[in-house]
Design a protein around this ligand. Structure first.
Ligand code: FE2
Length: 241
């Protein structure tokens, strides 16, 4: 496999607060493609009471994007995933395939709120692992309890969780403190995956290329290859379109 991965992106049109139209999805994809991305996981929000797009609609929008992309962007793989806002029903729902896993792999992109207590993140991580899933903690730089406590990040990794940070956070788009936390994570080798978490081509656009260039300058191309290629290939083993 070649090319970068973007493992977190609100690419599908009209299913959450991401792309508004197929045209916008295609503009996002062209940006990703120009950045060297060849594996995209579309991760529409699932959040009870807020984002509950029916599965059939997700699949229809996913098919529409894939059809269009195939015509224009050769060699680009697009997978259907989900950014699942953690709740007490998630294990049951994922086991029953009521929401997509990350491209039919065993991986789950789990989101929490900024002030979720450590205990809940720990408990949900353990529950996902116990059910045979691979938890990926979405944009960990947003969670106060982890920002204050790298020991807890290490503990979650020890439990089998993978750590995802957003490209924009690494680049400093969410402030200096956030950027510094990301670089602490990086220096401790606690970043496994980077996602764009892009929501459009104008508002929160994909920034994988800029982030890869920044990291290449800081840490060299071996690190960039690990974060954007080797880790996702390993973590999403068995992924399919
Ligand atoms: Fe997201």
């Amino acid at each position: 496999m070649t090319g970068y991965w973007d493992v977190h992106c609100h690419l599908l049109p009209g299913v959450d607060d991401g792309a508004d139209s197929l045209a916008e999805s295609m503009r996002m994809l062209r940006m990703e493609y120009a950045d060297g991305v060849r594996h995209m996981i579309a991760t529409p929000h699932y959040r009870a009471g807020m984002f509950e797009t029916p599965l059939e609609k997700l699949e229809a929008q996913y098919d529409a994007v894939c059809r269009e992309a195939r015509r224009e962007l050769p060699g680009l793989m697009i997978y259907l995933g989900c950014e699942f806002y953690a709740n007490m029903d998630m294990v049951e729902m994922l086991a029953a395939r009521k929401r997509p896993l990350m491209g039919n792999s065993r991986a789950v992109l789990a989101e929490f709120s900024g002030n979720t207590p450590a205990e809940f993140i720990r408990e949900r991580t353990a529950a996902l692992r116990a059910a045979g899933f691979t938890p990926i903690l979405a944009h960990v730089e947003r969670y106060a309890c982890l920002r204050e406590n790298l020991t807890l990040v290490r503990e979650l990794v020890g439990m089998g969780a993978y750590i995802q940070v957003n490209a924009g956070s690494i680049l400093g788009e969410h402030g200096r403190r956030c950027r510094k936390f990301c670089s602490r994570l990086r220096k401790e080798n606690l970043i496994h995956l980077v996602g764009s978490d892009a929501h459009g081509d104008q508002v929160r656009p994909p920034r994988i290329g800029a982030c890869a260039a920044y990291l290449k300058k800081k840490c060299g191309s071996e690190y960039v290859n690990q974060i954007f290629c080797a880790n996702p290939e390993r973590i999403f083993a068995g992924i399919s379109e």
